[in-house]
Design a protein. Structure first.
Length: 325
């Protein structure tokens, strides 16, 4: 199937339904489907509320609307984040669009219960567990009526297939990691630092202490110098557009000349340059992974410290991913 065919099937699935959601993979045209739904329900007297996890997603709605000459449907639209949804008066709106509706929380229940209009949810990652808080909220207030997710899009050649390459790095014995305590400051190596936290973990006496030591070990590994050095070498070897997912804002600034995070005053400008192809490398923190589309992105580097605590990364539709130990 083509994108246009999928969008048509998705929209048809919402017909006659006051509450519904669509599970559509990134790259299929989720925002355009939302805008087209607005067109079908458009009236100058209707007020629209668009809810998203981050303010940066609002720009995607405005960009898509302008691109397809649909800006008129946003004239009566209000944008808000899920964090601020409870501050909105449900009586002020006729239609609500829940972008990334898997972000719903129990704190949103009061708004949803008091809203009497039409709800359309949009998500690329529907809740996996139906009995979870998110699963129950989606099923109750905007049940998914059609799904076309990443595996479907790859099978139909709408999205590129991808390959994950894991680079396992040897820990350095060079004393280049600064450690500050209440009484002194000293330098240690990656090997010694890792062994220290492993010993702390092995000697944990109760569950809470075990959890804390696991987090502290992972946090220490996040900024090991050998990982950043290797990531830079890997980045320089990639000639096409490439995004680097760092663990922290400081790390993102060290890895790339142009970075995207909230403490960089030029973050929007850098992202736009990267989208347009004016720059070929952009570093960011992991929060960029949701709700942002990058045209012609073929490769990515992900810095990650993987322990046995949990699954390291989510599926991302790009050919090269990078993790390190």
């Amino acid at each position: 199937m083509t994108r246009l065919e999928i969008q048509g099937i998705a929209l048809k699935a919402t017909e006659g339904k006051k509450r519904s959601s669509l599970g559509l993979a990134t790259g299929v045209g989720k925002t355009l489907v939302g805008l087209t739904h607005m067109v079908k329900n458009h009236s100058p007297l209707k007020n629209i509320l668009i809810v998203a996890p981050k303010k940066s997603i609002f720009e995607s709605w405005k960009y898509e609307a302008e691109k397809f000459n649909l800006s008129y449907v946003l004239v009566n639209a209000t944008f808000t984040t899920y964090l601020s949804l409870s501050k909105q008066d449900p009586n002020n709106y006729d239609l609500v669009y829940l972008d990334e509706c898997h972000s719903l929380l129990p704190t949103h229940r009061k708004f949803l219960e008091n809203f009497n209009g039409t709800i359309l949810g949009l998500t690329g990652t529907p809740p996996k567990y139906q009995d979870s808080d998110k699963g129950q909220l989606v099923n109750e207030f905007c049940p998914i009526v059609y799904s076309y997710l990443t595996d479907d899009a790859i099978e139909d050649n709408i999205l590129n297939d991808y390959k994950i390459i894991v680079h396992q790095l040897k820990l350095s014995s060079k004393n280049n990691i600064e450690v500050k305590t209440k009484s002194k400051t000293f330098y240690t190596s990656e090997v010694n630092n890792y062994n220290y936290w492993c010993n702390r973990l092995d000697n944990s006496r109760y569950m809470k202490e075990t959890q804390i030591n696991r987090v502290m070990r992972m946090k220490a590994m996040m900024e090991f110098p050998s990982k950043e050095k290797y990531a830079k070498i890997l980045s320089e070897s990639i000639k096409s557009k490439c995004i680097i997912f760092a663990n922290t804002q400081d790390q993102a600034d060290r890895l790339c000349k142009n970075s995207y995070h909230s403490n960089n005053s030029n973050y929007d400008h850098n992202l736009n340059m990267f989208k347009k192809g004016d720059i070929s490398k952009l570093s960011c923190v992991l929060q960029l992974s949701e709700g942002v589309n990058i045209p012609d992105l073929k490769q990515s580097i992900i810095l990650h410290s993987y322990g046995n605590e949990r699954k390291a990364t989510q599926r991302i539709n790009i050919p090269v991913l990078f993790k390190s130990l």
